[in-house]
Design a protein around this ligand. Structure first.
Ligand code: ADP
Length: 596
């Protein structure tokens, strides 16, 4: 079966239809048939109603038979019954299509998110756009689809009714068209405005919804109790909620005014037209049956045009604005083969930065300037520097997360940009400062470190190496106990235990380079130092890169790079750097008491 995918192109209404067909082909086609079949009924109804009334009147003067009245009555009732039945069936189908779309759109969204370049993830504007696009996505698409189908069906109905009117009394049709066209244009414009207003409202909604999670969620319960910040956050919540509420009230008020003025126009037009039809009926241009039927149809038509049609057009134009955002999201650049699985058995010899200069996309400050360094296989390296010196930026660059740098990054003498995503992934196993704590079992938390699937022995070794045996013994279901706060029975671990799990995940990976980007920043300096040296011992013979602003933890490294002012300020072994009595020495001296 074809899959829904977000591809770089301009998204139009046709895509909403396509997505619907791909997600739920049978229901979509049934929905289309039912909608279009019901569209011509009102036109037929005018003629049938007129015939029924004329036949009924004909009974009085004997010009019609009872049989003719019964037949036309049966047809009238048949049409009404059909319309009643079609409504709920269409609602059921729309519901089913929405459920099917949820599955396919969620898959497409997750796939796109997993491939897009890292710069979008770190940028608030693009993250905002992604959140907006993802919010009730299937609902927006099904709305877009049903609205446009209903719009087409409505146009068919209107066209049919106008044709009947034109054949009977042309000028009535002309008046309706003359009034309706500007009304429709206005609703199109107002649809755009509504979307913009809603966009603004969601910004504030997101803020207050986030604060609600902070104030009521399980995640922050400990800090909330200790700091007692609820009152302060409550004020903030109220502030954001009020802004969003006022905006929403304003948008609704506009809606209300539009609704009321629409009904007034309807009432006025209908009365006017009814009055104008009296003369043609008196002079016998139209029959009494046609008179009543036409008045009925005109009421329906004007009401439909001033209310249902304007509402639909507004909804359609809102969906067009949504599709513009989908187009922007789909155009986010992505890594080629980002979902490729790392290639096993990749060999690493060296990694080199040659005059690497870098600033984050959309910013003006250079974080790295002419940075040079070299890493050789099998050795332990440390990158040290103050907070904000650019250590994590180096980690992001060497793993290929940002590739718009100047200068060259060479892996095994070959440009980093020449490697496929799968190859780059295969080189590294990384533990970040804000490493993930997955609410799955401790065993699975470690196993996912190896994409190809770590064997049980490797996982058991990692557990022993990182001293997690005693942790597992203390858990009710041992290695299968669910961790974290998500599950009812979930067991939460200490910060240090989570760090060991993250390190074990890195340890089971077959990648030749292990990168630790301050995952132990939350530990005290001595504990961090111990954990780093423990891990270094475990990684004997492997290439490891430690990033830290605390020097005590890195002195065992084979080679140390001191980062300052966006480049390598000093380099050497711990004893060489201490002997040089420069920046490293000063930093070390000022941190000395941390380790006493
Ligand atoms: P370190 O790891 O040494 O503490 P970082 O590499 O995290 O330092 O940050 C270096 C500088 O880059 C900081 O000034 C930080 O504000 C900036 N920075 C980090 N990430 C981004 C980003 N995604 N966009 C813009 N600036 C960033």
């Amino acid at each position: 079966m074809k899959k829904v995918r977000f591809e770089k192109k301009k998204y139009t209404y046709l895509d909403s239809l396509k997505i619907s067909i791909i997600s739920s082909p049978v229901c979509t086609i049934l929905y289309l048939i039912l909608s279009l079949a019901v569209a011509i009924l009102p036109t037929y109804q005018v003629i049938i109603n007129a015939r029924f009334i004329d036949n009924a009147l004909g009974l009085i003067d004997g010009s019609a038979t009872k049989r003719a009245v019964y037949i036309s009555l049966a047809i009238v009732i048949g049409i009404i019954a059909y319309q009643w039945v079609v409504g709920p069936i269409k609602a059921y189908l729309a519901n089913k299509i929405e459920m099917d779309m949820r599955v396919s759109l969620k898959g497409a969204y997750v796939e796109k998110c997993s491939k897009i370049e890292f710069k979008y993830i770190e940028n608030t504007d693009s993250m905002d756009l992604m959140n907006r696009v993802a919010d009730t996505m299937e609902h927006k698409f099904i709305d877009g689809f049903t609205n446009v189908v209903n719009l087409i069906s409505l146009f068919m109905t209107i066209a049919g009714l106008l044709i009947v009117l034109i054949t009977q009394i042309a000028w009535v049709a002309l008046i309706i068209i003359a009034v309706a066209v500007p009304l429709l244009y206005l609703s199109f414009i107002s649809g755009k405005a509504t979307y913009e207003a809603n966009k603004e409202i969601t910004k504030y909604q997101r803020k207050y919804k986030y604060l609600t999670t902070v104030m009521t969620g399980r995640e922050n319960v400990d800090e909330r109790t200790v700091f007692g910040y609820n009152e302060k956050l409550n004020d903030k919540w109220f502030e954001q909620y009020e802004i969003s509420r006022k905006m929403e009230t304003r948008t609704r008020a506009k809606w209300f005014v539009k609704l009321k003025s629409g009904s007034m126009i309807t009432a006025f037009l209908c009365t006017f037209i009814a009055a104008m039809l009296i003369n043609p009926v008196a002079t016998g241009i139209i029959t009494i049956g046609m008179f009543f039927s036409l008045i009925n149809a005109t009421f329906d038509l004007v009401h439909t045009m001033s209310w249902s049609l304007t509402r639909l057009i507004e909804a359609v134009s809102t969906h067009i604005e949504y599709l513009k955002e989908i187009t922007k999201f789909a155009a986010f650049e992505q890594y080629d083969n980002a979902d490729a699985v790392p290639e096993g058995g990749i060999e690493f010899k060296s990694l080199e930065f040659r005059n690497v200069t870098f600033k984050y996309p959309g910013t003006e400050t250079y974080i790295l300037k002419d940075m040079n360094m070299k890493i050789e296989a099998g050795r332990h390296y440390a990158f040290v520097g103050a907070n904000g010196a650019g250590k994590s930026t180096i980690a992001k660059l060497l793993t290929g997360l940002y590739q718009d740098y100047e200068g060259r990054i060479l892996i095994n003498g070959r440009d980093l940009r020449e490697y496929t995503a799968a190859q780059l992934k295969a080189f590294y196993s990384v533990v970040y400062q804000d490493f993930a704590r997955y609410s799955i079992s401790i065993w699975d938390n470690i196993a996912i470190g190896c994409v190809g699937g770590a064997d049980d022995e490797a996982i058991s070794n990692a557990i022993t190496a990182l001293k997690l045996d005693s942790v597992i013994e203390g858990l009710e279901d041992g290695k299968d106990t669910l961790l974290g706060k998500l599950a009812q029975e979930g067991k939460d671990l200490s910060g240090g235990e989570w760090q060991r799990i993250a390190l074990a995940r890195c340890f089971v990976s077959e990648a030749p380079i292990r990168v630790l980007d301050e995952p132990t920043a939350a530990l005290d300096p001595i504990a961090e130092s111990n954990l780093y040296s423990e891990f270094a011992k475990l990684c004997e013979g492997r290439t490891t890169l430690f990033f830290s602003h605390r020097l005590g933890s890195v002195k065992l490294a084979d080679y140390i790079y001191v980062i300052d002012n966006g480049h390598v300020e000093e380099q050497g072994t711990h004893s060489e750097l201490m002997a040089a009595k420069q920046l490293y020495y000063t930093m070390y001296d000022s941190q000395r008491r941390w380790y006493q």
